[in-house]
Ligand binder design. Sequence first.
Ligand code: TXA
Ligand code: MG
Length: 362
Amino acid sequence: MNLEPSHPKILPATPESIRLASDALRDGKLIGLPTETVYGLAARGDRPDSVAKIFAAKQRPATNPLILHVGDPDAVHPLVSMDSDITRRRFEAASSLWPGPLTLVLPRSESVLDCVTAGGGTVAVRVPSHPVALQLLREVSLPIAAPSANVSNYISPTRPEHVIDGLVDSVEWVLDGGNCDVGLESTVLSIADPKSPPTILREGVLSAAKLEAVFGEPVLSSSTTNMELLKSQSNAPAASPGLHRKHYSPRTPLRLVAATENVAPSNNGGNNKSRILRIRLRGPAVSLPGYADVWSLSPAGDPFEIANRLYDALRRADSGEFDLIEIDQMNVQEWSEAGNLNVLAAISDRLRRASNQDDSAT
Ligand code: TXA
Ligand code: MG
């Protein structure tokens, strides 16, 4: 059962606190919302003043649009405009994966606020599967705008304390939904253009194979397209505006190193006393020369476990105890036997962004 709350603003997710949170949302306040992917910073999405609070709290550029969350696929209809049969068919197919870690980008309806879409002609929508999120969304019965509940460019939150760490003064309450099951943000998939295949804009844990089975047609994805196409896309304008580099970064310098490197280079034989943390993606957490500590995200090498633990590990690594964080690079080819390519690509993508080594714009 629930232990003592670790912070007075963290509420155990009882029916009473869900009602409190629902009332606070209706009053235009911000709530920390547990979802199966990451915690969201929730506000009613139909009021410009509430949406403005999200942008202010996160210090998020107004050019980066928000996802609207609802408690039922039917509640998406008033938010989108589906003129084409192809789009309608794709929506019906994709919504069979809801509730779940999937965000769909569709042409917006007139009723959606410009501040939510950053002035664009599309809107991102999602029905999350976390039972607390579903209960709250169904109780409040309004479209709820919710980006990840971190200050812009910092690491997404996967525990209620993470929301408190960065946004304590902005949130009214954080509902305690425990550790997020998935631990990485949702797959963002665009079906806005009936003339293009469904296109993954942000990798998540959903596999392209699963999406293709649902749509009955190919899905465009950075992890399954060839390198030439990837290169040509890296010069294209950002399709998902939030996907620029320097996302998910700890403040402590972070380097990606080959998984086979077993000695910390900066401490190797010298008198440099910097404290270096090594985070291994898989294998045992045995001590290595030159490292102050060695952690392993998944001794068994399970990609879903790595995804689940990554952000909490990055936050703990960033507590000030270490001067440098070194993480195993993920070579997707080497790992391809270990799981679907998309979850591997999602982890690899977040690692590159955390290390600021990703300078592609998409
Ligand atoms: O798992 C998630 O998606 C979490 C939980 C809370 O639902 N939310 C989340 O939101 O990660 P946020 O705002 O941190 O990331 C949303 C991403 C951004 O990259 C944003 O640019 C993109 O979705 N996005 C939002 N609206 C879009 C649109 N209309 N077209 C293309 N990309 C869009
Ligand atoms: Mg985010």
